[in-house]
Write a protein that binds this ligand. Structure first.
Ligand SMILES: Cc1cc2nc3c(=O)[nH]c(=O)nc-3n(C[C@H](O)[C@H](O)[C@H](O)COP(=O)(O)OP(=O)(O)OC[C@H]3O[C@@H](n4cnc5c(N)ncnc54)[C@H](O)[C@@H]3O)c2cc1C
Length: 387
């Protein structure tokens, strides 16, 4: 049997592409090396469905706007998986970002998202979960989305399956051969090799994106140079009933660190550290755990120690290679063909959990140029409710 499209990877991007392509009536097969979806980055994110307030600082306006539009759609199509929650931003005398700058960013964010923000009166500061008030100048409150990234990915993949997509788990893609008329993907499953034909391939292998390129013949040369940057989260006990999320500026390097209520505990993250190993081996490092604990302890009076860390996890971002810090690099998704106008394989680099549907639509726009449109009913993913 020949498929229109093979999608490599059952993370959020692969699930999104499978859903969008099945909704267009294409015959789709998803191949995933692990036994379940979302075993890579898509279960190790900060679990935010957000425009990314901080991306306004680096003028990534179109990314913020796109993500906020997607946030709105997810709140409508998956209200059981995505919730708006309050975020608090405390600003101190020695904070790098001044209150006027935060207020300006929030005003713009609020305009783009149609959700309000406010300044919390000083009389209410004492109710803010033991937030230190010495030197505190202002506290802002705004709203953004929180999800369970693994459940969201499972839901998008289930939606794809209900539209006809097939999925093979524990299927490791070993090699890909591209000819002018089709693609042959060889995979290893249950100790046996199988080859499957398709018209096109979407490489949604997340941090393994380059390893898939390396398995492809003819050799693909013109691909973007990327860095893998690891981000760690720790889970600690909730010291009291947290009102919402705290958006903190790390005193060490002015990066954004979130403290978030998560399954009756607190999730604190994240870090940014260059990673050069096998993506399967990424794991939290001691210095990252110390960094996150010290950010928390800088802001909250109930101090945490290493012994309080219940668990931790690390994920990998795929970012364009640059000399600048990972924090300031663009977070857009890059979609790159293997051979210009004659491409049969499209590789996805980077991107946001939040924008998976918009990314999948970009893939579909490229595919529609080369894959004949199917007859029959086609569905618009903007209106598809997630199971
Ligand atoms: C620390 C961190 C925090 C983040 N926080 C947020 C956030 O709060 N909000 C947000 O919107 N975004 C966030 N992101 C970004 C977001 O999580 C990622 O963009 C997204 O999860 C990437 O999904 P993916 O499908 O591309 O990759 P993955 O989820 O890694 O999926 C790739 C899949 O490909 C499979 N695969 C690889 N090689 C093979 C092979 N040879 N054969 C078969 N299968 C293969 C893997 O097993 C894996 O399941 C964060 C990212 C990081 C790292």
């Amino acid at each position: 049997m020949e498929y229109d499209l093979i999608v490599i990877g059952a993370g959020i991007q692969g699930a999104g592409v499978a859903q969008a392509a099945s909704a267009q009536g294409y015959r789709v097969l998803v191949l995933e090396q692990y036994a379940e979806p979302a075993q890579g980055t898509s279960s190790r994110s900060s679990k935010l469905i957000h425009g990314g307030l901080r991306y306004l600082e680096t003028a990534q306006f179109s990314l913020v706007y796109e993500c906020l539009q997607e946030r709105k759609r997810l709140l409508k199509n998956a209200p059981h998986l995505v919730k708006l929650v309050p975020f608090y931003i405390p600003v101190y005398h020695n904070s790098h970002r001044k209150p006027w700058k935060i207020a300006l960013g929030l005003a713009l964010y609020s305009l783009l998202s149609f959700t309000p923000f406010q300044r919390i009166p000083k009389s209410q500061w004492s109710s803010l979960n033991g937030l230190k008030t010495q030197g505190l100048k202002a506290v802002f409150k705004y709203y953004d989305g929180q999800t369970d990234d693994k459940k969201l990915t499972q839901a998008v993949l289930s939606s794809a399956k209900s539209l006809g997509a097939e999925v093979i788990f524990s299927a490791h893609v070993e090699s890909i051969e591209i000819s002018p008329s089709s693609c042959t993907t060889t995979l290893l499953t249950k100790g046996k090799k199988h080859s499957i034909k398709s018209q096109f391939i979407v490489n949604a292998a997340g941090p393994w994106v380059e390893s898939i390129i390396q398995k492809t013949t003819p050799v693909i040369t013109a691909q973007p140079k990327v860095d893998l940057v690891q981000g760690t989260h720790i889970i600690v006990p909730k010291t009291n009933e947290f009102l919402g999320m705290y958006y903190l500026e790390a005193p060490q390097d002015q990066r954004a660190v979130f403290v978030m209520p998560w399954e009756n505990q607190l999730l604190i993250g994240t870090t940014e550290l260059a990673y050069n190993g096998d993506p399967a081996d990424v794991a939290p490092l001691e210095i990252e755990i110390e960094y996150l604990l010290s950010v928390y302890n800088h802001y909250f009076s109930a101090s945490l120690s290493h012994a309080d860390v219940i668990s931790s996890f690390a994920g990998l971002r795929v970012l364009p290679q640059a000399d600048s810090s990972a924090f300031s690099r663009p977070r857009d998704t890059l979609l790159v063909g293997d051979n210009g106008d004659k491409s049969r394989m499209f590789s996805l680099y980077g991107g946001k959990l939040t924008a998976y549907r918009a990314t999948a639509e970009k893939v579909m726009r490229r595919l529609r140029r080369v894959l004949p449109v199917k007859s029959g009913k086609r569905l618009d993913t903007r209106d598809l409710r997630l199971p």
